[in-house]
Design a protein around this ligand. Sequence first.
Ligand SMILES: [Fe+2]
Length: 384
Amino acid sequence: MASAFPDGCIVYESDGVVLAGDLSTEQIAACVAAGARSWLYLNDDANPNCPRASVEDAKVPYACVPLLDPLNDLTPNVIEAFTSHMASAARPAIVQCSTATRAGIPYLLHLARVNKLPAASAISHAHRASPPFKFTERPPLVRAVATALSHPMRSLVFRQLFDTAGSSTYTYLLADHPGGDAVLVDPVVEQVDRDLKLVEDLGLKLKYVVNTHCHADHVTGSGLIKRKLPGVRSVIAKDSGAKADVHVAHGDRVEFGDAFLEVRATPGHTEGCLSYVCDNMVFTGDALLVRGCGRTDFQGGSAETLYDSVHAQIFTLPDDTVVYPAHDYKGHRSSTVGEEKRLNPRLSKSKAEFVEIMGNLGLPYPKKIDEALPLNLVCGIQEE
Ligand SMILES: [Fe+2]
């Protein structure tokens, strides 16, 4: 299909989508001859380059959804019009604007919806597509598209909780909307009453307790929460070796109401470490900490693997993705992908330097590991 479309058309063969800017009458005819079976135009019909007459003469279904100013025009109605058009439009589907820049927007919104990509993953896809979507060259457009991608998650409830009892663990509460379905990421057994009180105070329905990995420094609250709130299901990586109601792997999704966590495998601190992407946030467990990372000297850890995981799965997210780690010992609460790429004293280095650093940390044996690990393999509670 690629070769038949005229110059200037950007063909994404796998999805049967062709992005175009202004086209001459001859170029429109060439698109039709190449097999175009649907047409979406993003300027209004008054535009002197409007292809409507030629497209309709050729009996190709034509739709016009103006997107003249993406910074203001990406309203819920326009997003809905784009995604429903892209879902049903016959392929090859032409999406045309003036310079093939805005044309990538309906296509990306469609991809994000069909593949259930969080905003951060969808923007990352736009940058890394071949060729990259042209709007990624313009940061204000990228921000507008990210906001549009966040639309279903705009009412997301988010709380960051901290374990002051000693493990310095962050627990995250997320719900799809106020009063909606919720997940707790990395609950700590000593803080279960606090966490469940917050769930109740906010009127949320807790669906899942999710662990980023089998922790060595604290006992997970998963089992106790399940005991107190029957129906809640525990989630951990298949590769963690730990018991749970739901075992997940890279590419899976943990859905709660209209929202979801995208599962990314980020082993290296342990063999079964996962990061979870939600909207423009990534929950990195101990794979990536603010200006640091988890140790790699036990639980199947590997500095080489951790370096590759962080670079392939976290540093490929947009720079403004907010990083929420499982711990902090210096008072930081969050960071961004861009910040850590630039400033992380370990992971901004070459792989060889990173391996050398991790091999020379000389850390003491973790205090709670002998108690925590066996318990965390069974959701934090020994079977009675
Ligand atoms: Fe850990």
